[in-house]
Design a protein around this ligand. Structure first.
Ligand code: C5P
Length: 262
């Protein structure tokens, strides 16, 4: 399967392929709920749920709310990406993967820097669960540049470090990755056309960059090979979050239309 073929097949297992770029765009946009508690998250979900399918729950919100908010979002018919960026010994990570799968989340992150044995244990933990989820290895955080990496003792460029970690992940049986827009084309080659590439650091043209250092527009990220886009502040801090999400979905649909006709 060529990468562009992803855009003419459904990403929902068993569902009929839907060629509508707008519907495909909706299934590829993940809204990052980087808010402190349910009282902030629920009104955002209320405003976005007609427009968006996916929500990402990260450390801040999960530590505050535990599984109950995740279960509420799933019960409302949405898909949850649990972004806990697990990084611990293999046995502990494998147990955490099983717990996440039992909650019904559809994606979960582990740090590739945890090493091949940890990644292998995380993948093997999925063999025993009835709710399969996509395990995503985080390569290098999009807030890290070469100076930040040097400060942690890594002398490679971000791109070389991403490549090294991704090769290691693929060898450990991982097929999903989180990476910056700048590495998506490289990772698409390493992970193959069926690899799941989830890309944060997305900024519509003219949007504030914030602390992100390696960014791309929604359309460019999809064209380069992204499977899913993670967007936080450009949607959640907009005056009208649903309108901001809709503008991003329109840009994504246009990129998908172009990929379909390529
Ligand atoms: O607000 P913004 O669009 O920058 O949010 C990006 C989201 O993606 C945040 O939730 C952040 O934790 C997450 N993320 C990231 N870089 C990674 C992995 C996840 O920015 N490598």
């Amino acid at each position: 399967m060529a990468f562009a073929d992803q855009f003419i097949s459904s990403s929902t297992p068993g569902a009929a392929p839907n060629l509508d770029p707008r519907i495909q765009a909706r299934d590829k946009l993940i809204v990052a709920l980087d808010v402190p508690d349910s009282a902030s998250a629920l009104p955002l979900i209320d405003r976005l749920e007609d427009t968006c399918q996916w929500f990402k729950v990260g450390l801040e919100l999960f530590i505050a709310t535990g599984p109950s908010l995740v279960q509420t979002i799933i019960a409302r018919g949405h898909s949850v990406f649990l972004d806990l960026k697990l990084h611990d010994i293999p046995n502990t990570v494998a147990g955490a993967v099983r717990s996440a799968a039992s909650m019904g989340v559809r994606m979960l992150t582990v740090h590739a820097a945890g090493g091949p044995t940890m990644l292998g244990a995380a993948r093997e933990a999925l063999d025993a669960v009835s709710n399969p989820l996509t395990l995503l290895a985080v390569t290098v955080l999009t807030s890290m540049d070469s100076a930040e990496m040097n400060a942690t003792g890594i002398d490679r460029t971000a791109t070389d470090q991403v490549t090294l970690l991704a090769r290691m992940g693929v060898a450990a049986g991982i097929r999903g990755f989180v990476c910056s827009p700048q590495e998506v084309a490289i990772l698409r080659k390493l992970a193959g056309p069926a690899g799941v590439l989830v890309i944060p650091g997305i900024r519509p043209a003219g949007a504030p960059v914030g602390d992100q250092k390696r960014i791309a527009t929604p359309g460019d990220a999809l064209t380069q090979g992204a499977s899913y886009l993670v967007v936080g502040r450009p949607i959640t801090q907009a005056q009208e979050p649903a309108k901001a999400a809709d503008a991003i979905l329109r840009e994504m649909a246009e990129a998908i239309r172009q990929l379909q006709s390529a």
